[in-house]
Ligand binder design. Structure first.
Ligand code: ZN
Length: 78
C-alpha cells in the first residue's frame, strides 16, 4: 500500500504524464481508501481547471502578482 506522501507525489505527477499501469492501480486504490488523498486529488484537479480557464480566457490581460503565481506553483508542485 502506498503512503500518503507517495500517493500525493504520484497524483501531482499524473497531471503531466501517464503513470505505469501498476502505479495507477495502486494510486486509485489508495485514493479510494484515503479521504485525505481523495481531497488532495480534488484540490489538484480544481487548481488545474482554474489555471487552464485562466490561460484560455484573457490570459494576456489578467496578470497574477508574483506572490500569487508563486503560491499556485507551490500548490501544484509535487
Ligand atoms: Zn493518503
Amino acid at each position: 500500500m502506498l503512503t500518503c506522501k507517495e500517493a500525493s507525489r504520484l497524483l501531482s505527477q499524473s497531471l503531466n504524464q501517464s503513470l505505469p499501469r501498476l502505479k495507477r492501480l495502486e494510486l486509485r486504490l489508495h485514493v479510494w481508501l484515503c479521504r485525505s488523498c481523495s481531497n488532495f486529488e480534488k484540490q489538484l484537479k480544481f487548481l488545474q481547471r482554474a489555471v487552464r480557464q485562466l490561460a484560455e480566457s484573457r490570459a494576456d490581460q489578467v496578470r497574477l502578482s508574483a506572490e500569487a503565481g508563486e503560491r499556485i506553483r507551490k500548490a501544484v508542485r509535487p
